[in-house]
Design a protein around this ligand. Structure first.
Ligand SMILES: *[C@@H]1O[C@H](CO)[C@@H](O)[C@H](O)[C@H]1NC(C)=O
Ligand SMILES: *[C@@H]1O[C@H](CO)[C@@H](O)[C@H](O)[C@H]1NC(C)=O
Ligand SMILES: [Cu+2]
Length: 331
């Protein structure tokens, strides 16, 4: 009975226009040096190597020009120092220090040389991207409800990626992207959140990518990892969109992706891990629970998350009331 009330409420929620609860890349750390990103739309931005976007809303549609570096992204004034093999942490959040609201879908990281200029002047529509990392589900394929690395982002953990160890020196954009798939059971429902950060890579590497892509161009709305009827099915094998992880990606340096699909990502050269207060190692990762309510929650957990801030309530009161009603039913 309770379950059917809950699912009725979830169906109701699915019909409510839902424009809130998105986010942006709030900070990047490169070998321990941190750089903040500007709030989207802030009209007097501080100096940062993170390209500023116009709004926290997702990029919708695989052919959207903003798929490149995020919504109306503009070049940033700084270029941050990095090296081959640098450890880069990516932090995501919503405005006002709120947590990233979504927990379903992959995180992928690309780089592109800023050919012919420095990255603060580079036109990213010309970028030739190669993929250096991709992470998706952290649980084995048999779990009843999938748990994605994106859930760590929702829990305010950073995603850590190692730059290619043989990267040739020069300026590069690093495009770190979340795709939120909580609405991906409908064509066009996927939410893209690309981010671009300007790096100057030193050292004496000589590696070049064997394959590059453009954005938009590399994804189609019908790709199985973008329009995904089975996204809430734990036994579904997630198919990452875009090119394979490049030959240049640094060899796997961690065991944190053992288990499930994360392992296949590690095998193809991925080195991303989640860092933060609780370590998201493969075997130590929290197990997905498969109670009725958490299953019903599936991809909609972003709507159930506690969001207690006064500014949040002010902006999102209608949605908040539904959320509270729902929480009351489920508890
Ligand atoms: C920013 O992006 C949005 C969504 O794609 C678009 O509607 C808007 O016109 C863009 N604004 C500018 C200034 O380009
Ligand atoms: C590039 O290298 C990757 C990783 O080794 C491989 O999966 C991919 O097929 C290669 N692409 C081309 C075009 O050879
Ligand atoms: Cu969102």
């Amino acid at each position: 009975m309770r379950a059917s009330v809950a699912s009725a409420l979830f169906s109701l929620l699915a019909l409510v226009p839902y424009a809130s609860a998105h986010g942006f890349l709030t900070q990047i750390d490169i070998d321990g040096t941190s750089y903040k990103g500007n709030d989207p739309g802030n009209s007097s931005p501080f100096a940062s190597p993170i390209r500023q976007i116009s709004d926290i809303s997702p990029v919708k549609g695989a052919s959207n020009p903003s798929l490149n570096c995020g919504l109306n992204a503009t070049a940033a004034s700084q270029v941050a120092a990095a090296n081959p093999g640098s450890k880069v942490n990516f932090w995501w959040g919503d405005l006002g220090g709120q947590n990233w609201p979504h927990n379903t879908g992959p995180l992928m990281t690309y780089m592109a040389a800023c050919d012919g200029t420095t990255c603060d002047k580079f036109d990213s529509t010309q970028a030739k991207w190669f993929k250096i990392d991709q992470i998706g589900k952290k649980q084995g394929a048999k779990d009843a409800s999938p748990v994605w690395f994106q859930a760590d982002v929702m829990n305010k953990q950073a995603i850590s990626v190692t730059l290619p160890t043989d990267l040739a020196p020069g300026d590069y954009l690093v495009r770190h992207e979340i795709i939120a798939l909580h609405l991906a059971t409908s064509l066009g429902g996927a939410e893209f959140y690309p981010s671009c950060t300007q790096l100057r890579v030193g050292g004496s590497g000589s590696g070049t990518p064997n394959q590059t892509v453009s954005f938009p161009g590399a994804y189609k709305d019908t790709d199985p990892g973008i329009f995904d009827a089975n996204v809430f099915d734990g036994s579904d094998v997630y198919v990452f969109p875009g090119p394979p992880v490049s030959n240049l990606a640094s060899p796997s340096d961690t065991a944190t992706e053992a288990g499930g699909q994360a392992a296949s990502s590690a095998a193809s050269g991925s080195t991303a891990t989640a860092t933060g207060s609780s370590t998201a190692t493969g075997s130590a990762a929290p197990k997905a629970t498969s109670t009725g309510s958490s299953q019903a929650g599936g991809g909609k957990q972003c709507r159930l998350q506690k969001r207690a801030g006064p500014s949040y309530r002010r902006k999102r009161s209608a949605d908040g009331r539904l959320r509270h009603a729902l929480r009351a039913v489920l508890s």
